[in-house]
Write a protein that binds this ligand. Structure first.
Ligand code: ADP
Ligand code: MG
Length: 268
């Protein structure tokens, strides 16, 4: 069983003027198929670096990474994953529909099939009425939903999301979280998700990976199984006692304080 992502003993050292920057040190992590895993940690702890390594946008200094049992490069060529980062990254001169169809077009999918797929995705992210709009005619949350639809265009079994909701206001953000949970339930995709928000990580995830300041290492992994499967959570979970408890637990790990009465914490 190879799972969706397997990171083995990965370090990434950047050679810069005045010495080396150790962005990641000895990171081991697995993400199972269909599992939702969040990375949380202080700014500069290597979250984006890890994401970029998995996405084949950078190479580890040491260690190996497998995506569905393949090298990240083979997985990229096989279009095994979709990417959504903090900036929606839409092409402003293209319509919403054309933005969503872009990866399909690049890979030679014929126009009728592209249209059918983008209609389906627009429905999924609740933007059917905006197919012909341009990105600057949409709110930040709507643009981010278009970016997610585009990431899903090729039906990837894995989504790599680096602070995708970072630029959104709190209300829109919670809506997007609920939306993402629903999309994951419908598509069965695994997700590796970077966020600065503890409640966001806890609400969305099966497991929350807490990272330390540079050099980025995994401090602990908090199992959120007490809140049920990540793909069938409802907004009610946010009021749950177990939710508050897990949020507190992650917060303590981030601040380096000992956790007392830890429930559902596992060292892996
Ligand atoms: P995070 O996403 O957790 O905020 P990053 O992964 O972006 O952190 O960065 C981790 C560390 O690696 C930072 O100290 C950053 O300055 C450094 N770093 C990232 N990319 C490069 C690069 N291309 N060259 C040099 N240093 C880098
Ligand atoms: Mg980052």
């Amino acid at each position: 069983m190879s799972g969706a992502i397997q990171v083995n003993g990965v370090s990434r050292v950047f050679g810069v003027k005045g010495g080396d920057v150790v962005a990641l040190e000895q990171v081991d992590l697995t993400v199972a198929e269909g599992e939702f895993v969040s990375l949380i940690g202080p700014s500069g702890c290597g979250k984006s670096t890890l994401m970029r390594l998995v996405a084949d946008l950078d190479q580890p200094t040491r260690g190996t990474i497998e995506v569905f049992g393949k090298t990240p490069s083979a997985a990229r060529k096989n279009r095994d994953y979709g990417i959504a980062f903090q900036q929606a990254g839409l092409l402003p001169w293209k319509t919403v529909e054309a933005n969503i169809q872009l990866p399909l077009k690049l890979h030679g999918v014929a126009a009728p099939a592209r249209r059918a797929r983008s209609a389906e995705l627009l429905e999924l992210v609740g933007l059917s009425d905006f197919a012909g709009h341009h990105p600057d005619q949409l709110s930040g949350g709507m643009q981010q939903r278009v970016a997610i639809a585009r990431a899903l265009a090729e039906q990837p079994k894995l989504l790599l999301m680096d602070e995708p909701f970072g630029a959104l206001d709190e209300i829109t953000r919670e809506r997007m979280q609920t939306e993402l949970t629903r999309i994951c339930a419908e598509t069965g995709a695994a997700v590796l998700f970077v966020t600065h928000s503890i409640p966001e990580a806890v609400y969305l995830s099966d497991r929350v990976v807490v990272m330390s300041p540079r050099p980025g290492r995994i401090v602990d992994i908090v199992d959120v199984a007490t809140l049920g499967d990540s793909s069938d959570r409802t907004d009610a979970v946010r009021e749950d006692e177990g939710f508050f408890h897990t949020v507190a637990q992650v917060r303590e790990l981030l601040h380096g304080a000992p956790v007392t009465g830890a429930r559902g914490v596992e060292n892996r």
